[in-house]
Design a protein. Sequence first.
Lengths: 114, 114
Amino acid sequence: DAGVTQSPTHLIKTRGQQVTLRCSPKSGHDTVSWYQQALGQGPQFIFQYYEEEERQRGNFPDRFSGHQFPNYSSELNVNALLLGDSALYLCASSLRGPMNTEAFFGQGTRLTVV
Amino acid sequence: AQSVTQLGSHVSVSEGALVLLRCNYSSSVPPYLFWYVQYPNQGLQLLLKYTSAATLVKGINGFEAEFKKSETSFHLTKPSAHMSDAAEYFCAVNDSGNTGKLIFGQGTTLQVKP
C-alpha cells in the first residue's frame, strides 16, 4: 500500500502565478482534505472533497480551489500567488464514516513563493 | 467550535527521562482526539487516537495519552525518551459533524538531549 502520495515535493513559484498540487489518497479511502502548514504552525484546514464535491471549507480565500476525480485523487489550485502562500501543503485521506476515523497524511508539497 | 491548545511550544528532556506534552481541548460535543508526530521535512504520522472506548490510550513507539474530561485534557506521555523521539508533536480534535476535518494545536517541539 503506497499510502497517500503527493506531487511535486517541492515547488518554487513567482508572485501572481498559479500552482496546482496533486494528491493520491490511500487505497480504499474516498475523502481527501487539504491543509496548509506555515512555518512553525500547526496545519490549517483548507477544504475537503468527497464524491467529487467540496464538502467543507476553512477560512481561505477563493484563490484556493480544488477538484476531486472519479478515482478519488485530488488537486489543489492556488491562483494569484502571494508571498504568504509559502507553506507546506498537506493532503490527508480518510474513509467517510465514524467520527473516530483517522486521517492519513502525505509527505506534503513545500511551496515557496518568491 | 472546537479548539486545541498545546502548552509549551518547546520541551527539552534528557534521554531516558519522562516525556510529557500537554494538550487541552475545547469542544461542545464529545471529542475525538488525536496525537500526530512530524519529523523534519515529512508529513504527519498518527501516534494514537481517543475514541471514547478507554480513557488511557496506548499508541506507537511507547507513547500513551490519557483523556480527562474534567480537565479537558489529553496529555501525551512516554516513560523514557529516546533520541529518535525528537520531532514536532501535534494534538488535534476532529471537528464535530465532519469526519476527517482536524483542528490542530500549534505544535510542541520535543528536544531530546544525550
